[in-house]
Design a protein around this ligand. Structure first.
Ligand code: NG1
Ligand code: ZN
Length: 518
C-alpha cells in the first residue's frame, strides 16, 4: 500500500503536458528536454516492473545521442544489455502517453462473514477502492450487485451508453422492457405459465430479483425462497448444489410439475428443475438451456428469412445426448472448448450467433455486430411482410433481454421464461426435447493434481503415462459410455466425469476411473 501511495504522490509531481503524444522509437523517447519529465518518471516505473518480470537488473539511459543539446531522451536496457524487447516498447509508448484518468467500477456479493463485527466483504472491497485511489484512479462503488450486473455496468460505461445505462435501475429497465415485449407474443398465457419458483441460494441474486420484480408488471410471478433471511449462502441450495447433487435444494416448496430454478452465490449461473407426479426429480441444466435457446433462435431466423450462422459452444461436461441432439437433429454447429467461461465466450465470438453454456448453468448468447445490424434493419424495414417482421422484432427483443457480457442468471431466466411462454411450452415438454444420459461427477484428492495434463478440450489425458489407456479400457465395458478426468482450476482436486446408459453404469464407471487416477 505504501508503494502505491508513493506512486500516486510522485506522479502528481511529474504531470504530463496536455495533448503531447510520444512514440518509443528506435532510440527510445526523444524530444525537447522540457517535455520529458513525465516520461522519465513513467519509465522509472516501467523499468521497475520489467526488472520484477525478468528477475534481473534493467538499465535506463538518459540521453539524446547526437541530437542538439536542448533535446533529451530515454531508453531502456534489457537484462543481457540488449535493447528492450518490442512488446515492452509498446507498453512504454502506452504508459508515456496515458493521460486518460483511470476509472474503476467495484461491486460485491453478499458474503456476510464478519471479523470483529465488520462484514468482511466491506473490508475487502474497500481495500480495492483504496488501491484505485492510491494510484490516482477514480472509482465508483456499486455496493451489492450480481457479478453479471457489474459486467453490464462496465460495458455500458465503455460504449458511451449504447449498451444501456450504467445503473442497476437501467439494467432492470432494459431487460424487463424486452421481456414484456417478448411475452406480448405469448397467447393465452395462464397464471400457471407465469409462475416460477426461484431459489436465490441465500445470495445477491435473491436481493436483486426482488428489486427487479416491480419492473416485470406482473408478467412473471416469482415465489422466492432462500432469500438470505434465514439460511446460509450456497449451503444445501443454489445452482451448484442442485447440479452436482442432482436433487432439489432445501428451503423451497416444490409442487409437482412446477418450474423451479436455482441461482448461484453471485447469480451468474442458473439451473432449472421440477419434480413429477411420482415425486421424481428432473434437472434441466445448461445443456438443456442452450438447446431451448438455440431452437428458439433457429426458428426465428427461419421465419425472418435471415441467413445467420448459429453455433452452440459446450465443454467436455456437456451431456452426450445434448451434443448428439444439437448436431444430428437440430443441425447446428457444436464446438467444445476447455472448461471456463472465458474459453466458451471466445469461441462463441466466432459466429453470427454463439450460444454458450457450461453444463453447470453458466452461459449466455453472443450476437455479432453484423447480426445485430441485420436484425435491426429487418425490424425497421417498413416493406417487410408481417411474419418476417414479427420474427425480426422478436429477435431484437431477444437481443435486448440477454446480457451479452457474461452468463447472467436473471437475464437467462427472463429469456427462458419468455421462450416457454411464447412457445406455450411446459417444463416437461422442454425436458422431453432429449433425454440426458445418466452421469456422475466425482472429486478425487491427489497429492499433486498438476501431474494430469489433458488435450482435445480436456477430453483426453496425455499424462501421466497409461492413464488414458486405463480410462479407455474401463469405458469399453459400458454402453453409450464416456469418461474423462481433469485437474480442477478452482479446487485442489481432480474431477472425474462419467456418463453411460444407466445410472448404475455411470456411477460404477466414475468410481473405477477415480481409482485409476490415484
Ligand atoms: P473447475 O474447478 O476448473 O472444474 C469450476 C466449474 C467450471 C467453471 C469454474 C468457475 C465444473 C465441472 N467446473 O471449474 O465450469 O464454472 O468452476 O466458476 O462445473
Ligand atoms: Zn458464479
Amino acid at each position: 500500500m505504501a508503494e502505491f501511495q508513493e506512486v500516486s504522490k510522485q506522479s502528481g509531481l511529474h504531470p504530463k503536458p496536455a495533448g503531447l503524444v510520444l512514440q518509443y522509437g528506435t532510440a527510445g523517447f526523444r524530444t525537447n528536454a522540457k517535455d520529458l519529465d513525465h516520461v522519465m518518471f513513467r519509465m522509472g516505473l516501467l523499468a521497475t516492473l520489467r526488472s520484477k518480470k525478468t528477475k534481473a537488473t534493467i538499465g535506463v539511459m538518459v540521453t539524446a545521442s547526437h541530437n542538439p543539446e536542448e533535446d533529451n531522451g530515454v531508453k531502456l536496457v534489457d537484462p543481457m544489455g540488449e535493447m528492450v524487447t518490442p512488446t515492452w516498447e509498446g507498453y512504454a509508448t502506452q504508459l508515456a502517453n496515458a493521460d486518460q484518468e483511470a476509472n474503476v467500477f467495484v461491486g460485491k456479493d453478499t458474503r456476510y462473514m464478519t471479523i470483529s463485527d465488520h462484514p468482511y466483504n466491506n473490508i475487502l472491497s474497500q481495500a480495492v477502492l483504496d488501491g484505485v485511489s492510491a494510484l490516482g484512479g477514480k472509482s465508483k462503488d456499486y455496493g451489492l450487485v450480481t457479478t453479471p450486473q457489474l459486467h453490464y455496468m462496465v460495458c455500458c460505461q465503455n460504449t458511451q451508453g449504447k449498451y444501456g445505462e450504467a445503473t442497476v435501475e437501467g439494467y432492470y429497465k432494459k431487460l424487463c422492457q424486452a421481456f414484456i415485449q417478448l411475452t406480448k407474443n405469448a397467447s393465452n398465457c395462464t397464471d400457471d405459465q407465469k409462475h416460477l419458483t426461484v431459489d436465490g441460494a441465500n445470495g445477491i441474486g435473491a436481493l436483486k430479483v426482488r428489486e427487479m420484480e416491480s419492473h416485470l408488471k406482473k408478467e412473471l410471478h416469482i415465489s422466492l425462497f432462500n432469500d438470505g433471511s434465514k439460511g446460509k449462502l450456497n449451503h444445501q441450495c443454489g445452482a451448484d448444489f442442485v447440479k452436482v447433487q442432482q436433487k432439489a435444494p432445501t428451503g423451497i416448496e416444490m409442487n409437482p410439475g412446477e418450474r423451479c430454478c436455482s441461482y448461484d452465490g453471485d447469480a451468474d449461473r442458473i439451473i432449472y428443475y421440477y419434480s413429477d407426479s411420482k415425486g421424481q426429480f428432473h434437472l434441466l441444466d445448461g445443456d438443456k438451456i442452450a438447446t431451448l435457446i438455440s431452437t428458439f433462435l433457429k426458428e426465428l431466423l427461419t421465419q425472418a428469412g435471415l441467413d445467420l450462422q448459429i453455433a452452440v459452444v459446450q465443454t467436455a461436461y456437456a451431456n452426450g445426448s445434448s451434443t448428439r441432439y444439437l448436431e444430428d437433429t437440430m443441425k447446428v454447429i457444436v464446438r467444445c472448448t476447455k472448461t471456463g467461461v472465458k474459453h466458451l465466450h471466445h469461441a462463441a465470438q466466432e459466429f453470427d450467433i454463439g450460444v454458450y453454456f457450461e453444463a453447470n448453468g453458466h452461459g449466455t448468447v453472443l450476437f455479432s455486430k453484423a447480426a445485430q445490424e441485420k436484425i435491426q434493419q429487418l425490424a425497421e424495414n417498413t416493406g417487410t411482410d408481417d411474419e418476417r417482421k414479427r420474427a425480426a422484432l422478436l429477435l431484437q427483443n431477444t437481443v435486448n433481454v440477454i446480457n451479452q457480457t457474461v452468463g447472467d442468471a436473471i437475464s437467462d431466466m427472463l429469456l427462458i421464461e419468455a421462450i416457454l411462454a411464447i412457445k406455450s411450452m411446459t417444463v416437461q415438454q422442454w425436458d422431453a426435447i432429449y433425454s440426458d444420459l445418466p452421469n456422475r461427477q466425482l472429486k478425487v484428492k491427489v497429492s499433486d493434481r498438476r501431474v494430469i495434463d489433458t488435450t482435445d478440450a480436456e477430453r483426453r489425458a496425455v499424462s501421466p503415462d497409461g492413464l488414458q489407456e486405463a480410462i479407455d479400457g474401463l469405458v469399453k465395458k459400458y454402453r453409450q459410455a464416456r469418461s474423462f478426468v481433469r485437474p480442477s482450476g478452482t479446487e485442489d482436486v481432480v474431477r472425474v466425469y462419467a456418463e453411460a446408459e444407466t445410472q448404475e453404469s455411470a456411477d460404477d464407471l466414475a468410481h473405477e476411473v477415480s481409482l485409476a487416477v490415484y
